[in-house]
Ligand binder design. Structure first.
Ligand SMILES: Cc1cc2nc3c(=O)[nH]c(=O)nc-3n(C[C@H](O)[C@H](O)[C@H](O)COP(=O)(O)OP(=O)(O)OC[C@H]3O[C@@H](n4cnc5c(N)ncnc54)[C@H](O)[C@@H]3O)c2cc1C
Ligand code: SF4
Length: 345
């Protein structure tokens, strides 16, 4: 849907380019993805799919400054907010960034997540040339994520996320630490934002279903026209429906954020919409938030140690046990989960 809107803006002549994330050749500089400015609908479509990979925008911004035109920028909520702050200060970018297209965001992963895929798929990391975080398969529910690596010899290896030690998204493996203090799930400052409809029956539909929040009249007109012409199938939903699709993300950024703010480092600029709190949360909710934060911090450190010592088992074992703790608190799974259930009122 993001690619569709971006391509539509281009083909209607409303913009000259789209800054978005595309796959790159890791043999060149070790990176699997980077921002690029695409100038045709075909180029835009090359960037489709979600990339849980750290990227940076400075070269795309420099190109927008250097080459006159109107641009759209695609990004996660914090990137869109940063672009808007820059637009407030920089008259050239204020004029040239015509639209911002935001992605709903749970959290960002570090580049090591790809390396961990390679370890678990028994693929030599130096041979990995491409990564898909969510391989498309219309015959399987959209929320069954499958990671896929393509190697230099053209062969492919894949595995469902739930068979990976760090494949439970909610556990927060390799999460960027800034995401612990983020309060924007739906890219609130973007002209239009997009997410996945994580509610039934949509989450079981292998083709995937988007939710979209339109805040810009020109995008709204574009979408209405395409619906009228039968080129787009969209139903109007209310804010509660959108919130329901992001229930877990919103819980983590409201209730969870309040709880984490109690112990936030004092140096952080933390003016948030929720105040520190959460003292009265049930023990299990506290354990979920604590284990998630512990896993996100620990995964970077233990992976770095395992890498330095050439001992993958260190990380893989640590991740397996950490996941058990998280699953006990979250889903009451395993012997520890049973014990926790007994403590529930
Ligand atoms: C880190 C991350 C976390 C996410 N968390 C959630 C979530 O919690 N809930 C939810 O509903 N949706 C989440 N999404 C968004 C969701 O995965 C889809 O990206 C969104 O629904 C758009 O899908 P689409 O099929 O319409 O986009 P497509 O047509 O496939 O286009 C995706 C566009 O996004 C661009 N893109 C991909 N990754 C990045 C990136 N890292 N930075 C900037 N641009 C990028 C691509 O270049 C492409 O233009 C997340 C996405 C990312 C990248
Ligand atoms: S969770 Fe927030 S801080 Fe983290 S990548 Fe997403 S928008 Fe940025």
């Amino acid at each position: 849907m993001v690619s569709w809107v971006a391509a539509e803006l281009l083909s209607k002549g409303l913009i000259d380019g789209v800054a978005h994330v595309v796959p790159t050749d890791p043999a060149a500089d070790g990176r699997f993805f980077d921002f690029r400015i695409s100038r045709t609908p075909a180029e835009v479509r090359e960037g489709a799919r979600s990339r849980y990979y750290p990227v940076e925008l400075s070269r795309a911004l420099a190109e927008m400054r250097a080459v006159p035109g109107r641009y759209a920028v695609v990004g996660v909520p914090c990137f869109i907010k940063a672009v808007n702050l820059l637009r407030a200060e920089d008259p050239v970018l204020r004029e040239r960034v015509a639209f911002t297209l935001g992605l709903f965001c749970g959290h960002m992963k570090s580049a090591r997540f790809v390396e961990s895929f390679a370890w678990q798929l028994d693929a030599p990391f130096g041979e990995v040339r491409a990564v898909e975080y969510r391989r498309k398969d219309p015959d399987r529910p959209a929320n069954w994520y499958t990671a896929e690596l393509t190697l230099a010899d053209g062969s492919r290896r894949w595995q469902d996320w739930w068979h990976l030690v760090d494949g439970d998204w909610g556990a927060g493996f390799f999460q960027n630490s800034a995401c612990n203090y983020c309060d924007d799930v739906v890219a609130e400052t973007a002209d239009v934002s997009f997410g996945d409809a994580w509610v039934e029956p949509y989450s079981s539909d292998g083709r995937g279903t988007n939710v979209m929040i339109v805040r810009h009249p020109e995008v709204a007109a574009l979408v209405s026209a395409a619906i009228g012409e039968g080129r787009l199938s969209l139903q109007e939903v209310d804010a509660d429906f959108i919130a329901e699709t992001q229930a877990a993300g919103l819980r983590q950024r409201r209730e969870g954020l309040a709880y984490r703010l109690r112990t936030a480092p004092p140096a952080l600029p933390l003016r948030k919409r929720v105040a520190p709190g959460g003292e009265g949360l049930p023990l299990r909710r506290k354990l979920v938030y604590r284990s998630r934060k512990w896993i996100s911090a620990g995964s970077h450190r233990v992976f770095a140690l395992a890498r330095a010592w050439g001992w993958r088992g260190l990380y893989l074992r640590w991740a397996r046990y950490s996941l058990r703790l998280y699953e006990a608190a979250t889903y009451l799974r395993g012997p520890l989960g049973k014990a926790l259930r007994r403590l529930e009122p």
